[in-house]
Design a protein around this ligand. Structure first.
Ligand code: NAI
Ligand code: A1CAB
Length: 265
């Protein structure tokens, strides 16, 4: 034992693999199972196969980075590793510890985690929860894997993984939509589409960096932009009205959280 098996090398699995390798994990310690040839990594020392059925040696950790809808099929071949004591680190939306125990055996060691796509630039945030039987040393190893692509936060209450998925897991999409919506609104006011997109993008990137570097809370950073009687105040009257942005986000996150629960089955 000792190797790491990554099952699924798509957007998230690929980003995590890049993070591990750039953090110094030797490629020879990693096996990747990925059916899509174009996504199967071709790196010196790294063993990449089309299917986990080809993997003989029991890995120390199996990272599950396939779609929730593919999970049943993937697990049918991996139960043998659970029986040998491998730890399973799943990043799949919705799939519960109970679900994994029902497929991998009641004593399977499982960590359920929810990262996000800024992991691709090591700026992700992952929330993780460990099932029974996972030792502190095993948790630490999972934490190292997750921290290779950003921050990692542990929680005890698994039920919170649904709202976590709705907030930080899906959250990057909301921010990108905000960029699209700001650019579209600017275009409607007469800006050329390319210029509107350049301004919207730079504004979100710059604001993100300000948020990262500043000790002030987001609400104060907002106040700092808002000159009394000025332009921002007029926009915020619309965005902060009773039918403004908050009820839209309330509805959107509730829908995502509900979907996370549905994916459990
Ligand atoms: N994309 C995102 O923002 C996030 C995704 N997730 C979770 O990560 C998981 C993967 O999502 P993405 O990377 O976005 O999807 P993806 O579709 O980019 O990657 C999934 C990969 O699994 C591969 N795959 C399918 N069947 C397989 C099998 N039998 N054995 C090995 N590999 C197999 C596919 O070929 C594909 O490359 C999902 O469960 C999703 O819920 C979690 C957090 C954020
Ligand atoms: O949309 C999804 O289901 C996945 C999980 C969080 C982000 N992407």
């Amino acid at each position: 034992m000792g190797k790491l098996l990554l099952v699924g090398c798509g957007k998230m699995g690929g980003a995590m693999l890049d993070g591990w390798l750039s953090r110094g994990l030797p490629a020879s310690e990693v096996i990747v199972a990925e059916p899509a040839e174009a996504l199967r990594p071709n790196k010196p020392g790294l063993c990449a196969v089309a299917s986990s059925a080809e993997v003989r040696e029991t890995p120390e950790i199996v990272v599950l980075a396939v779609k929730p809808q593919s999970m049943d099929l993937v697990l049918s071949d991996l139960r043998r590793f659970a029986e040998e004591g491998a730890v399973f680190l799943s990043i799949a939306a919705g799939k519960t510890l109970k679900y994994f125990r029902s497929h991998l055996g009641p004593s399977a060691k499982i960590v359920r985690a929810m990262p996000n796509t800024p992991a691709a630039v090591r700026q992700g945030i992952t929330v993780a929860t460990a099932g029974g039987g996972v030792s502190e040393a095993q948790k630490k190893k999972c934490q190292e894997l997750l921290e290779a692509v950003g921050q990692a936060v542990w929680i005890e209450d698994e039920a919170l993984m649904d709202p976590v998925t709705a907030l930080s897991g899906s959250g990057p999409a909301y921010v990108f939509l905000l960029v699209e919506a700001m650019a579209a609104a600017g275009t409607k006011l007469g800006l050329a589409p390319e210029m509107a997109m350049q301004l919207a993008r730079a504004t979100v990137v710059g604001s993100g960096e300000l948020l990262r570097q500043s000790a002030e809370p987001a609400a104060q950073l907002r106040v700092n932009v808002t000159s009394p009687g000025g332009t921002t105040a007029e926009a915020l009257k619309v965005l902060m009205a009773d039918d403004g942005l908050q009820p839209v986000f309330d509805k959107a996150l509730a829908a995502a959280s509900r979907r996370s629960k549905e994916l459990a089955g």
